[in-house]
Design a protein around this ligand. Sequence first.
Ligand code: HEC
Ligand code: HEC
Length: 350
Amino acid sequence: MTPKPRWVHAAVLLCLGLLLSVALLHAPGPVPGAKPMLGRALSGSAEAWPITPLPQAVVLDARKVALGRQLFHDPRLSRDNTVACANCHVLAAGGVDRQPVSTGIGGRKGQLNAPTVYNVAYNDRQFWDGRALSLEAQVDGPLHNPDEMGSNWDEVLGKLKEDAQLRREIEALYPAGLVAASLRDALATFERALVTPDAPFDRHLRGDQQALSPVALEGWRLFRELGCVSCHQGVNVGGNLYEKLGLVEDFYGSRGTPRPADLGRYNLTRDDEHRYEFRVPPLRNVALTAPYLHDGSVATLDEAVQIMARYQLGVRLKPREVQQLVAFLEALTGRPAPAAISGNIEAHTP
Ligand code: HEC
Ligand code: HEC
């Protein structure tokens, strides 16, 4: 037998190296073709999991935060002066309305479940289909949506101009005065203050060995090993990728009653590849934001976790595993920074 030439050894080593690096890049477990929205790659090493803690301090202009807070609660942003942002994003209730779909002006029902407004600054894009690229741009959505506030800027600015005090406040902060851009900026600045740092999981990530219960720790291990983290990742544990619901098994076949809103990103792009695709939702504070999924069809976190495992990963979880994953998700509940409630933030430090 002739000895193999050296290049064969080199090639074998190279292949092994490549295999290993691919495995590490895609750790943990299956990565079901998740499409990065902004090309952000998974973290490169098994130690550095691609979830990072929320920053503990946010520095914002306190006056703009206060103004934004006021606008967030102002029903004059709706056509008939009955619906404020805060109607559907209840700050004392995790930033949601706890309804499958929201109710706007004249009792009109929307198509989609209201996501939380907490930590929205850490989503790469806004909305279930990711159509708003910034918080400023997002504001135009609810303001014009006939099922939400059903208004327009001319109407809103016309009403607010009658309010001499509000007008003075806005003019003091924005050289352009009472124009749509000032209102968008104030609302977005307020939303940037809606952060919930210091969840037990954040403390765990910063090295506190006691922060997670043994059950939650097991849940975190499962979250990585099963591959949940390949979709729910980044600082918001989601919010930075697009994926289909029903990657492995047909979700809609089981749920029945197809709805136009189920088509997700397809409604935006009309590209067949985008059928049923949604922005992977962020999971911070998810224990507070039932019901779940874009259609609000799932009442409990237990059920949502089982659906995810089955339809996204092809795994039937044991009851114990459901309990562990839910304990991990509960450890993603943070404390609203005082600013979120008082509108009086300059810096939040723990
Ligand atoms: C009638 C209920 C309703 C009102 C009023 C409302 N929203 Fe929403 N909000 C929703 C729903 C439902 C969605 C999801 C819609 C979608 O994805 O197309 C949403 C999405 C959002 C998002 C995106 C969050 C994410 O994770 O993608 C932000 C931010 C937001 N709203 C802020 C606001 C602001 C600011 C106002 C006031 C100007 C407002 N909302 C008014 C129901 C409402
Ligand atoms: C292939 C990507 C992918 C994987 C893997 C995945 N998810 Fe999801 N997850 C999604 C998408 C997309 C949605 C939103 C689907 C919808 O509403 O149409 C979602 C929704 C959720 C929700 C509901 C969030 C809300 O606010 O309504 C929870 C909870 C959740 N996932 C947990 C998990 C857990 C736990 C795992 C692992 C067992 C997991 N996910 C695996 C993509 C994924």
